[in-house]
Ligand binder design. Sequence first.
Ligand code: PLP
Length: 438
Amino acid sequence: METNNNLNPFSKITADKLKCVGEQYQTPLYVYDEALIKQRCKELNNLSAPYGKVIRYALKANTLAGILRIIDQAGLSFEASSLLEVLRAQHAGIAINKILLTSQETYDREGWQVLKPLLKQGLQLNLCSLKQLDDYSQNIQEPYPLSLRLHPGQGSGESASRNTGDAYACFGIHQRDLPAALQKIETAKLTVARIHMHIGSGGNPKLWLKHVDTQLKLIQEHFPAATILNLGGGLKEARMPEEKAADVHELFQEALKKVEAFYQKTGRQLIMEIEPGSWIMANSGYGLTKIMDIKSTGAYDFLVCDGGMDLNLRPLLYGARHPLYLVRANGERLFSPFWDAGDRDYVVNGCCCESGDSQTLNALGEIEPRRLKQPEVGDYCIIGGLGAYGSSMAASNYNSHLAPAEVLVKENGETVLLKRRQNLNHLCQNEILYDEFL
Ligand SMILES: Cc1ncc(COP(=O)(O)O)c(C=O)c1O
């Protein structure tokens, strides 16, 4: 039992502070912890890599401009999953030559018109299919160093839908298509400088390491000009007290040993790249909700909060478990899964008209009540682990709910608004009223 008013062991933001932020900016609300974001970036910057390293933050985890600026200032580079994500990062002030674009997208003439000047400015393009390779060689004449995403053949993730490496995931060029890809590369006289694989999110670290061998073998056999080994993201962050985070330092050291052995064997020094999203951002963000109602069906007791799937879609999407904290309306911590024993089971719901709008679901979409303490209407229910894949993924406008404001708690304790709450006008502004057709 921790007697201070903190919510967990990794953040200095207290229950009382979150209550004040909730009062000032109105719930539901995303709140981020600058100190923890910076600490995570620093830990990654400290990883040793004698032949060079690039740490790319996976933009999809959280694409808010204010967050990107913190990560940029901490010296990280970026990984984008769509052309619009690249443009959004540019809008936030990120230099184009710090971004690697790895996408399932293919582009029409208009798309290439947007891409071409970006490539000139140093955007790096990671090609993920034979069609992308064809399109690239038809559209680009300049000898930019190329990057290839290869399908690992075997993947691992926290759930099947977060495994990007098995046969049912179509990310990257499958190794059965490698001969065709190599043929196209030779014909178009392209130079492959980077080989990339991403096995999934939050999966088995042993498999993550095994793919270092797979990649090195491919580089040795087929890519004599490759200088960069990109190992993807997916490093597991522990959101719940019973989870174990990936030991990034140890994993990187083990990967480095393989890269050193490769150098001894081939004389080739490879730059190492990783692209974590969750590991940097997950625990740096909270979803603040207020308990609006408390109900029971006899079988289950429900806390109905003013934010749910519109704040955090992950439980409904793949049964993800997030820590749920309870804070009294006066700012006192009532319950933290890290320190307090609960005494009553609750289903924690949002207020969308959807029975799956619950923060307490398992991977089958079934209700799995959480042992908490008994709160009152007006207390706060705070969803932890929501800095990554929270606001960037939520079903924010379902039931015409407004996307929440997003606030940063700075290292010195001050709060800054990073994004305003939507208003009714934002919901309707692109709609065309039927009358206008008449
Ligand atoms: C290519 C790629 N890189 C990096 C990431 C980031 O993964 P994580 O947030 O699990 O670190 C993802 C996530 O889907 C990805 O697809």
